[in-house]
Design a protein around this ligand. Structure first.
Ligand SMILES: *Cc1c(COP(=O)(O)O)cnc(C)c1O
Length: 365
C-alpha cells in the first residue's frame, strides 16, 4: 500500500480527498531560482540587530508573547508610510497565513473565492483548506486582466472574496489601480472582500502605484504584503496586511492565540528598523530582472513584462525538457505547468549569468 492509499483509508474530509500539498521542489543545487526568494543573504548590520533583538527575548521566553504584537504593528505602519496606524495593520507567519485567516473570517463553507489564473497556486489550496469554493476567473490570451473584464466576472460570480495578485505570480506583471477600483465597485453587490496580494511590490518599476493608495474609504479592501521577498526574510515567516481596523478585528476572531512568537516579533521589528539595509539589494535584483527580459528577447523567447523579482517567459517548445537540462547544470527554475512557459527568479549577477548561459547552451543559441 503506498502512502496515498493509506491516506485514503483515513476518515479525511471528502473535499480534501485526492488533493496534493503545495510543493515546489526543495533540491540541493548550487543555483536556486525557483521560488522567488531574495538570493542575497541578510546583510551583516541587519543580522547583528536581529541577533541582539532575539537574544533580548530569551529571558522572557517562559512567558507568552504580546498577543497583539503592538510594536510590530507600529513598525509595519511606519514602513508602509501611507498615513496608516497600528490599528490598520495585522501580521501572521507569512502572508499565506494572513490570507488563510482572511478566508477563515470571510470565506468558508457556502462562500466563494474568485481569482484569475494563472495566478498564485496557493489561492485554490487556501480556498479548499477553509472549505470555501474556488472560482477560476479568466484572463486574456496574453495573461492580462482588464478592469472591464475583471469587473464583469465579479458581477457574474458575486464572490464573497476576490484575490488579485499584483504584481501577479507567475506572470510578474502589476495590475493598474483601475482594475482594483473596478473590482471593488463590482463587488459592492456581493459585499466582496477584495484582497490585493502585493508580495512583490518593492520590485515594481518606479511609479507603479500600490493599492494602499485606495484604502481610504474602502472598508472591504485589503492589501497583503510579506517580508519573504524584498526583505530577504523568507525563513523568518512574516507576512502582514493593511486594511480598515475592523478587518483586523475580524482576523482576531480566527487567529490562534499568540500566533506570532516572541522570536518572530523581535526579529521582524529589528528587520523593519533596518529596512534600508535589508532592501539595499532590491535595485540590484531589478537590474538582473531587466537583464533577463532583454536577453530572453534576444534569444527569440517571449518574456512577460515584470514588476517583480522573476520573469515568466514563453516561446519554448518543450519547457519540461529545458527545465530538466537546466537542473542538470545545477540551475533550478520553476515549471508552473503552463504550456510553452517557464518562470525564473532574478538572482545575483552570477546566478543570473549561470541561468542565461545554461539556457543559451540548451537552446543551441
Ligand atoms: C511568495 C508569495 C507570497 C509570500 O508568502 P509568505 O507566506 O509571506 O512567504 C505571497 N503571495 C504570493 C503571490 C507569493 O508569490
Amino acid at each position: 500500500m503506498d502512502q496515498f492509499e493509506r491516506l485514503s483509508q483515513l476518515p479525511l474530509r471528502d473535499d480534501l480527498r485526492g488533493q496534493h500539498p503545495y510543493g515546489a521542489p526543495q533540491l540541493d543545487v548550487p543555483v536556486l531560482l525557483n521560488v522567488n526568494e531574495n538570493t542575497f543573504g541578510v546583510p551583516a548590520d541587519a543580522k547583528e540587530a536581529i541577533i541582539s533583538a532575539v537574544a533580548a527575548e530569551l529571558d522572557g521566553l517562559n512567558r507568552y508573547p504580546d498577543r497583539e504584537f503592538t510594536v510590530l504593528r507600529q513598525e509595519l505602519a511606519a514602513y508602509l508610510d501611507h498615513g496608516l496606524t497600528e490599528d490598520n495593520l495585522w501580521a501572521a507567519n507569512g502572508s499565506n497565513e494572513v490570507l488563510q485567516q482572511l478566508l477563515q473570517a470571510f470565506g468558508g463553507p457556502g462562500r466563494s473565492v474568485l481569482s484569475f489564473p494563472p495566478t498564485y497556486s496557493m489561492y485554490p489550496l487556501l480556498a479548499s483548506g477553509t472549505g470555501s469554493s474556488y472560482i477560476a476567473g479568466q484572463r486574456a490570451a496574453d495573461f492580462s486582466l482588464s478592469a472591464e473584464s475583471a469587473a464583469e466576472q465579479v458581477r457574474e460570480h458575486a464572490p464573497n472574496i476576490v484575490l488579485l495578485c499584483s504584481p501577479n505570480n507567475p506572470t510578474g506583471t502589476a495590475l493598474g489601480l483601475d482594475v482594483v477600483k473596478a473590482v471593488y465597485e463590482a463587488g459592492e453587490a456581493s459585499q466582496a472582500i477584495v484582497i490585493v496580494d502585493e508580495a512583490y511590490t518593492e520590485f515594481s518599476h518606479t511609479g507603479t502605484p500600490s493599492a494602499l493608495d485606495l484604502l481610504p474609504g474602502r472598508p472591504r479592501l485589503v492589501v497583503s504584503r510579506t517580508m519573504s521577498k524584498a526583505f530577504a526574510m523568507a525563513g523568518a515567516r512574516l507576512g502582514y496586511m493593511a486594511a480598515a481596523p475592523e478587518v483586523a478585528d475580524a482576523l482576531r476572531l480566527v487567529r490562534l492565540p499568540y500566533h506570532l512568537s516572541a522570536i518572530t516579533q523581535a526579529a521582524a521589528v529589528a528587520a523593519l528598523r533596518n529596512s534600508t539595509s535589508l532592501l539595499a539589494n532590491v535595485e540590484a535584483i531589478k537590474v538582473q530582472r531587466d537583464r533577463i527580459v532583454t536577453e530572453l528577447l534576444e534569444l527569440g523567447l517571449t518574456p512577460a513584462p515584470s514588476d517583480s523579482n522573476f520573469v515568466f517567459f514563453g516561446g519554448l517548445e518543450n519547457p519540461s525538457e529545458v527545465w530538466e537540462a537546466l537542473l542538470a547544470q545545477g540551475v533550478l527554475i520553476r515549471d508552473v505547468g503552463i504550456p510553452g512557459h517557464l518562470r525564473v527568479t532574478a538572482g545575483t549577477e552570477a546566478e543570473t549569468s549561470a541561468f542565461l548561459t545554461g539556457l543559451r547552451a540548451i537552446l543551441g543559441a
